[in-house]
Design a protein around this ligand. Structure first.
Ligand SMILES: [Zn+2]
Length: 485
């Protein structure tokens, strides 16, 4: 009887809500997923803060949190220019055609892709770990392919369609995912027998953005159908039996209000209304595509959260901003706008929390505290205790692991309970701290395992998490245990 599974198949379903996943496990609407996971174990993790793709996916596949891997969102600002010879750089992995250089296309360009280059090179990906142990790997359509022997990428024309305006322009999400599955199947038919194989499905997240989270069960059933076709190929290649299947998602989604009033465009191309707040403070905000980040303030939109970076007015980006004169001054202007609409009418009532951190006193790992409308700083837990209307899960621990060199000096939390968010108008959203967008999936099943093997998988995996809620960063140590990577 084998002590360990023979190989690893990771099925990554972007944006799949934890409750939708569990409902499908019992109602028979995702029979292939349910079959893979039968007798297995559910970690039921919480996503990163922000609960957004590039940050959470990097945590899933490295085991590090964003204060270490450095990917502080789909959008963030690297004020030190760690990968750009010291020149500060704004990253927008999700934006598409509004940028002079299209980061969304660069994600799949070059040997490592933009995410692979931007993520801390000192932190190994699953595939780099596998390679060290002599294991081969293949990755289909996932944005982090660093270290994989075969990185099967979407073609550039499809990426361009996919990124422009957030729609697929004639290509359905199902068709896009079908192409991914076909690439992976072709890879196997060509004779590859990867020890580690990752399949990345974007259809659930995409449809949930377009039609709201209530569309997730139907979208998941479609993904399950495609998965069934793939598993038949995987089985024909003799790879299915003995495999460890890991089914994961990076975040969930919540329903928001798809109109101009509730969609806050904080970073470019933003509604000019938002710029007035920075104008009033005398700050030149980074608001033109391709603009030199030689400015005073940068905003990075991540759905439910937005980073605001402030430059020391007499220094450079690599200098810590002054807490009173730079950070608190801007934070209080956001409170003013939130309460009265002053300088930024769009912001009135739009924010649930304004968090600030004092890197001047505490360094680049300084943690966030809640700024009150009176200008006091409170612990995040204390602030939330006084505001039961703001629903969150594991807010303090997640924010603590966001607080690294690439995190904002201010962190704006959208009032998602009233339907607000930092993005273009859409009915489905994520990025914030609400349970619906934060709780996600990491479940393991050992295909063809004996009762004893399945029991060990459940017990020994459970022991790694014991007594606390799992996070997306816990997947990696679990895979390390079972795959020896
Ligand atoms: Zn995602």
């Amino acid at each position: 009887m084998n002590e360990f599974p023979d190989r690893l198949l990771v099925i990554d379903i972007d944006g799949l809500r934890q409750d939708v996943f569990h409902a499908a496990m019992v109602d028979g609407s995702a029979p292939h997923l349910a079959g893979l996971l039968s007798g297995g174990v559910h970690l039921d993790p919480v996503s990163t803060a922000p609960s957004i793709t590039f940050c959470a996916q990097t945590s899933l596949f490295t085991g590090a949190q964003s204060d270490e891997h450095g990917i502080a969102g789909n959008q963030f600002f690297d004020r030190f220019g760690a990968q750009t010879r010291g020149r500060a750089r704004f990253y927008a992995f999700d934006i598409g055609d509004t940028l002079a250089v299209d980061d969304a296309v660069l994600v799949f360009s070059g040997a490592e892709g933009l995410l692979g280059k931007a993520a801390n090179p000192g932190i190994l990906t699953l595939y780099e770990r596998a390679a060290r142990r002599g294991l081969s790997s293949a990755v289909a359509h996932h944005m982090l392919g660093r270290g994989a022997d075969a990185w099967l990428r979407p073609n550039l024309a499809d990426i361009a369609r996919f990124t422009k305006g957030g729609g697929l322009l004639g290509l359905s999400a199902l068709e896009f995912d079908r192409q991914m599955v076909e690439k992976a199947a072709r890879h196997l038919r060509g004779g590859a027998r990867p020890d580690v194989l990752t399949l990345y499905f974007m259809g659930v997240d995409h449809r949930s953005h377009q039609h709201g989270p209530q569309d997730q069960p139907a979208a998941l059933a479609d993904v399950d159908g495609l998965l069934g076709e793939f598993l038949a190929e995987y089985d024909r290649a003799g790879l299915l039996d003995g495999a460890l299947a890991a089914v994961v998602s990076d975040h969930g989604q919540v329903g928001v209000t798809p109109d101009d009033r509730h969609s806050l465009r904080m970073s470019f191309p933003f509604d000019r209304e938002m710029g007035y707040l920075f104008d009033a403070l005398g700050l030149d905000v980074h608001d033109k595509p391709g603009e030199d980040p030689d400015c005073d303030a940068v905003a990075a939109s991540n759905g439910g959260l937005a980073h605001v970076y402030l430059r020391h007015r007499e220094g450079g980006w690599a200098d810590a901003p002054r807490f009173q004169a730079d950070v608190l001054r801007a934070g209080m202007a956001f409170w003013d706008a939130n309460l009265t609409g002053r300088h930024a009418p769009d912001l009135q009532g739009a924010l649930a929390m304004i968090l600030a951190r004092n890197v001047e006193a505490e360094g680049w790992q300084a943690g966030y505290r809640a700024l009150t409308p009176e200008g006091r700083m409170l612990g995040v837990g204390e602030f939330l205790a006084g505001h039961p209307e703001i629903e969150t899960v594991e807010a303090e621990s997640r924010l603590e692991r966001l607080a690294g060199p690439h995190a904002g000096d201010l962190l704006l939390v959208a009032n998602s309970g009233e339907g607000f968010y930092f993005a273009n108008p859409m009915p489905g959203m994520h990025g914030g701290l609400h349970p619906g967008e934060s709780l996600c999936v990491a479940s393991l099943g050992w295909v063809g395992a004996s009762g004893g093997q399945a029991g060990r998988l459940r017990e020994e995996t459970g022991a790694l998490i014991e007594g606390r809620r799992a996070s997306v960063a816990d997947l990696m140590p679990v895979l390390a245990k079972w795959m020896g990577v």
